[in-house]
Ligand binder design. Structure first.
Ligand code: F6R
Length: 364
């Protein structure tokens, strides 16, 4: 049942305020400004290293979480793609926690990577959407994301729910390790509880994004740029666009632009710049200016302040609400998903069943 939407993907994008609220209810119950984990939970105070492993969109959720664990909890993190990790057979030093992220919980490479870590890591955690899945069953602690069934092959609501749970986990780590005061924790809790409303107002930009997507649908290649927390989201935006619209898309950390990809910029190249008015805004805008100077078509996704300050010469601007900086990837996932969705619809591709792709990759 598509609930009145044309595609499951559209329905699942629209469901995000609701499913995220469900995840928040479980991990940040209203009675207390502390993170609550299921079962025995996990204590991060003696943990020295976190290794996160996944594939595809779930991997980008891990890359995002690396920024959170390192910046907020001061915990060193390694992130890897499951198909690389498992065959590299990396050493796992003591006091390492291993964390696997998977919507389906059945991805063959992720499961093999988990089995490799059994007996080696101190504890195996997983962040999954299907609690009965193999990955959930074989971990010491499985953290459900409460996204509900995801039918569209392109992952959307599972991604933002994974991010929400990973952020909660990073906050728990920060509290356990003495890097977050009770006041700071309650500031985060308040901001996170506000996310469902913030996501709803982001969804109101649907029409503006649809219009931008009409133009993007004529491109052969698209670049995505982001700094800091917007870098993994740029990777996710590019993946979403290529998998459902079949337009070649690539993402770079904005600071990498001048190390190669700037050679691609000309008047035919749309460049999606993800840049909330945050602590890295000025750096990100200076990279955006380099694109504009070479006549690249900039699609700027920012907030009102960011657009007022730097949006004058852009091809188009999409306005997002303001959120606490750490929460921006969860919010900016919405325009990235809608852009891919409307581009695919404009091109007439099969949004829910893109060619060559399967929902669950249970073979290597
Ligand atoms: C992209 C997408 C895939 C999956 C990947 C991992 O939209 O859906 O990249 O994220 O195949 O799948 P799970 O999370 O089930 O392990």
């Amino acid at each position: 049942d598509k609930g009145g939407h044309k595609h499951f993907m559209a329905k699942e994008i629209a469901e995000q305020p609701h499913v995220i609220a469900e995840a928040i209810r479980h991990y940040l119950p209203v009675e207390e400004d502390a993170v609550r984990l299921p079962g025995e939970g996990v204590d991060f105070s003696g943990v020295e290293r976190l290794t996160m492993v996944a594939c595809g969109t779930a991997y980008y959720a891990c890359v995002t979480a690396k920024y959170w664990f390192e910046q907020i909890a001061r915990l060193p993190v390694e992130v890897d793609i499951a198909s690389e990790f498992r065959y590299r057979e990396p050493p796992i030093p003591g006091k390492t926690l291993a964390l696997f992220v998977s919507q389906s919980g059945e991805t063959a490479d992720t499961l093999a990577a988990l089995r490799y870590c059994q007996e080696k890591a101190d504890k195996i955690l997983s962040v999954v959407n299907v609690p009965e899945s193999s990955i959930a069953r074989e971990s010491d602690l499985a953290l459900p994301i409460f996204a509900g069934p995801e039918i569209g092959v392109a992952s959307t609501k599972a991604f933002t729910c994974q991010l929400t749970v990973l952020l909660a986990l990073a906050l728990k780590a920060a509290c356990d390790r003495g890097h977050l005061s009770p006041e700071e924790m309650s500031e985060y809790a308040t901001a996170i509880r506000g996310l469902p409303n913030v996501l709803s107002s982001a969804l109101e930009q649907n029409e503006a994004i649809r219009l931008a997507a009409q133009k993007v649908s004529e491109a052969r290649d698209v670049l995505f740029l982001g700094r800091g927390l917007m870098f993994p989201l740029a990777l996710e935006g590019a993946l979403k666009l290529k998998e459902i619209s079949y337009i070649h898309a690539e993402a770079y950390a904005s600071g990498e632009l001048k190390h190669g990809p700037i050679a691609l910029i000309d008047k035919n190249m749309p460049v999606v710049v993800l840049t909330p008015r945050d602590s890295l805004f000025d750096k990100s805008v200076s990279n955006m200016q380099e694109v504009l100077a070479r006549k690249g078509k900039v699609l700027m996704i920012s907030d009102q302040d960011g657009i007022d300050e730097a949006g004058d010469d852009v091809w188009c601007a999409i306005r997002m609400p303001r959120v606490k900086e750490a929460l921006s990837p969860i919010l900016y996932a919405i325009p990235a998903q809608l852009l891919a969705y409307h581009t695919a619809v404009a091109k007439g591709t099969d949004v829910d069943q893109p060619r060559n792709l399967a929902k669950s990759v249970t073979v290597e």
